[in-house]
Design a protein around this ligand. Structure first.
Ligand SMILES: CCCCCCCCCCCCCC(=O)SCCNC(=O)CCNC(=O)[C@H](O)C(C)(C)COP(=O)(O)OP(=O)(O)OC[C@H]1O[C@@H](n2cnc3c(N)ncnc32)[C@H](O)[C@@H]1OP(=O)(O)O
Length: 549
C-alpha cells in the first residue's frame, strides 16, 4: 500500500494544534521536513550543515577514525563536554584516548557503530530531537537529578486536551478492540510486516494474536490506550501504539504509569513524523485517565535513557537451525558437531519438586514475587489478579498440545514446591516471541523464548548473595527453564542483563549478544539505574526489575 507523499505533507500541515505550546512543537516537527530528503538529516540551510563545512577538529578526526563513521560536530561537542566533566582534556585537541573513554561512557560508540538497534539514529545529530526536546523527559547531558520526581505536574481532568490530535484528511484514528479477533489480526499483521527488525533485516518480531491479547489486556486495561491510525478510504491499519497501566516502584516512589509498547508505522509511511503524533495521542489518552508517567524501552537512543541493558542470548537449543539462519556462528576453533554436543540438554527437569504453576499457587507466588522484587530499584507491583494474568492467562488452550506446549500458549510458568511443607520456594516464567526469518529458503520462523519473571526464597537467607547460594539456586532454576523451552521446541532462549540475571547467565552458558535495549521514563527523573555498568558484557548491580514484553 502506497500513500502519496503529498498526502503526508498534509499531515504535517494539518497537524496544527489548538494548544499554544503544542502548536509550536508540531510546526517545528513537521515543517522542517523536505520530502525529497531524509528528514533526520539536516537540510542544507540548517546550522548543523554549516557546522559540517567547518574544518574538522582533531577530536572530530579522532572520533571518525575510532568509529569509522562521520560523526556530527554536535556529538563531538558532547563528547568534549563529557571529557571535561570527567576532568579530562577538553579542548578540540582531545586525543583519541580521551575521546574513546568518553564515548564508552556515553555508549555513543555503539550508537555510532550502528549497534543500537533500529536504524536512523546514526544519521541524526543527537542534539536535534525536535519532538523529544519538547517533551517532559530528561534532556541529553542533563546529569542525574538531586531528587527523584516528576518533570511537569499532573493536570486536572478538565485541563487535559479533550479532542484527538488532528490527522491529515486521508487518515483517521481508530481505537483497537483487542477482544475482537478481526482487529487483533489487523494489529498482528501490521506488526508482523512492519515492526522491529535487527540491524541486518534478517529477523523481525512476530507477535501472535494470542500474545497481543495477553499483553494488552492486563487487569484494569483501558481500550482507549490501544490507538491506531487507518487510511480513511480503505480502512487499512497503518499505525499503532499501545499502553497498559502498571503500578510502578522506582526506588522509594510508587506511582501508576503507562507501559507504552508496539509503536509501529507502516514502512511506506516512515520518516513523515507520524510517530510523534501517535505518541502525543496516546499521551493524551493516558492523561485522560489521570496518569502522567510512563515507562517504555527502545533500541534507539532518544532523550534520555536511564538504563542500558545488554541483550544476551544462548544458542543452546536448536544449534543447527540457529547456525543455518545465521543467528549463531560456529566459533573458529570448533565444529558444528562439537557445538551441538556442548549445548545438549537433559530431557528431564532437574530440580526436585518443579512443576507447572496452577491457580492454587497464586497466593504463594504473589507473596514470593513481592518479597523477591524488593531487591531491585524499579519493579512492577502486582496483586494476585495481576500475578494470575501474567503467569496463567497466557497458558494456551487446555487439553491441546503435549506436556510441554499447548496450542496458543504464550507464557510458561513453573513453581518449585517443597514436597514436605508444600511451600513454593521458587518460580520461573518465560514467554514465546518468535521472529520471522526474512528471505530464508529453508526456515521462516525462529522460535524464541524470553525470560520473564522469576524468584527464589534462597535470596532471603543471610549472605545468600555473598556465599553463592542464591546464584547456585538460580542456575538450577534457569537450567530447568532451558530444558522446558527445549522440550517445547524453542530454538533459542533470550534474556537481558536485568534482575539477578548476572548470577546465572555465564554459568548456564548464555552467549553475549550485541543488541541493546534502552529504558526510559516519561515525566519522571531518576538517577541512572544499574544496567549501565558492565563487566565482561554482563551488567552489574540490581536495578531493573521490569520485563517489557
Ligand atoms: C504519560 C503518558 C506518556 C505516554 C508516552 C510516553 C512516550 C512513549 C514513546 C514511544 C515508546 C515506544 C516504545 C516502542 O514501541 S519501541 C519499538 C518501536 N517500533 C519499531 O521500531 C518498529 C519499526 N519502526 C517503526 O515502526 C518506525 O520507525 C517508528 C514508529 C518507530 C518511528 O517512526 P518513523 O521512523 O517513521 O519516525 P517519524 O518520522 O514518524 O518520527 C521521528 C521521531 O520519532 C522518534 N522516534 C522514532 N522511534 C522512536 C522510538 N522507538 N521511541 C521513541 N521515539 C522514537 C524519533 O527520535 C523522532 O523524534 P525526534 O528525535 O526528532 O525528537
Amino acid at each position: 500500500m502506497s500513500v502519496p507523499t503529498s498526502k503526508i505533507e498534509e499531515i504535517i500541515d494539518t497537524t496544527q494544534d489548538s494548544d499554544a505550546q503544542d502548536d509550536s512543537d508540531d510546526n517545528r516537527d513537521v515543517g522542517e521536513n523536505d520530502d525529497n530528503q531524509n528528514p533526520q538529516e539536516p537540510s542544507s540551510s540548517t546550522g548543523s550543515s554549516k557546522k559540517k563545512k567547518k574544518k574538522k577538529s582533531k577530536a572530530a578526526k579522532a572520533l571518525n577514525a575510532l568509529t569509522g563513521k562521520s560523526i556530527p560536530q554536535s556529538v563531538v561537542d558532547r563528547v568534549l563536554e563529557t571529557v571535561r566533566a570527567e576532568g579530562g582534556e577538553a579542548s578540540e585537541h582531545a586525543n583519541a584516548d580521551n575521546v574513546r573513554q568518553a564515548l564508552e561512557q556515553m555508549k555513543i560508540m555503539d550508537v555510532a557503530k550502528g549497534k543500537a538497534g533500529i536504524g536512523g539514529i546514526n544519521k541524526k545529530d543527537m542534539g536535534e530531537h525536535k519532538f523529544w526536546s519538547t517533551q517532559p523527559v530528561p534532556q541529553m547531558g542533563e546529569g542525574p537529578p538531586e531528587e527523584d520526581g516528576y518533570i511537569e505536574p499532573s493536570k486536572p481532568a478538565e485541563e487535559v486536551r479533550q479532542d484527538p490530535y488532528p490527522l491529515p484528511k486521508d487518515f483517521e484514528w481508530t481505537m483497537i478492540d483487542i477482544n475482537d479477533p478481526k482487529q487483533t489480526a489487523e494489529v498482528h499483521e501490521l506488526l508482523s510486516l512492519n515492526y522491529v527488525e535487527d540491524d541486518d533485516a534478517t529477523f523481525r518480531f512476530k507477535y501472535s494474536a494470542e500474545f497481543l491479547q495477553w499483553a494488552l489486556q492486563v487487569p484494569g486495561y483501558y481500550k482507549e490506550w490501544h490507538v491506531g491510525v487507518r487510511v480513511k478510504s480503505n480502512k487499512k491499519l497503518v499505525g499503532f501504539i499501545s499502553g497498559v497501566p502498571m503500578l510502578l516502584r522506582v526506588r522509594k516512589h510508587k506511582f501508576m504509569a503507562a507501559e507504552i509498547n508496539y509503536l509501529c508505522v507502516h514502512k511506506k509511511l516512515r520518516s513523515k513524523r507520524l510517530a510523534p503524533v501517535l505518541i502525543k495521542e496516546v499521551t493524551r489518552q493516558v492523561h485522560l485517565k489521570g496518569i502522567f508517567q510512563a515507562i517504555y524501552t527502545a533500541g534507539v537512543v532518544v532523550p534520555t535513557p536511564f538504563s542500558l541493558l545488554l541483550g544476551i542470548n544462548t544458542g543452546n537449543l536448536n544449534v543447527t537451525k540457529l547456525v543455518d539462519v545465521q543467528f549463531s556462528w560456529v566459533p573458529r576453533n570448533m565444529t558444528l558437531a562439537r557445538m551441538i554436543r556442548l549445548n545438549q540438554l537433559a530431557n528431564k527437569m532437574q530440580l526436585p519438586g518443579i512443576r507447572e504453576m496452577t491457580e492454587s499457587d497464586i497466593p504463594q507466588v504473589t507473596e514470593l514475587y513481592a518479597k523477591y522484587m524488593e531487591r531491585f530499584d524499579m519493579v512492577p507491583i502486582m496483586n494476585a489478579h495481576e500475578i494470575r494474568h501474567q503467569f496463567l492467562s497466557g497458558g494456551g488452550k487446555a487439553g491441546t498440545g503435549d506436556k510441554w506446549r499447548r496450542e496458543g500458549q504464550v507464557v510458561w510458568a513453573y513453581v518449585v514446591e517443597n514436597k514436605d511443607t508444600h511451600k513454593i520456594t521458587d518460580f520461573l516464567s518465560f514467554y514465546s516471541l518468535p521472529s520471522t526469518v526474512i528471505n530464508h529458503q529453508k526456515h521462516s520462523l525462529l522460535e524464541a523464548a524470553y525470560l520473564h519473571y522469576y524468584a527464589s526464597d534462597a535470596a532471603f537467607a543471610e549472605n545468600a548473595d555473598e556465599n553463592g547460594s542464591l546464584s547456585h539456586r538460580l542456575q538450577g532454576l534457569i537450567g530447568d527453564a532451558l530444558i522446558i523451552a527445549n522440550n517445547a521446541k524453542f530454538d533459542v532462549f533470550n534474556a537481558l542483563t536485568m534482575m539477578d540475571n548476572n548470577l546465572f547467565l555465564k554459568e548456564t552458558r548464555f552467549a553475549t549478544g550485541n543488541g541493546y535495549l534502552n529504558f526510559y521514563l516519561y515525566n519522571w527523573r531518576t538517577a541512572p539505574l544499574a544496567g549501565m555498568k558492565s563487566e565482561n558484557g554482563v551488567s552489574i548491580g540490581r536495578g531493573i526489575g521490569v520485563v517489557m514484553v
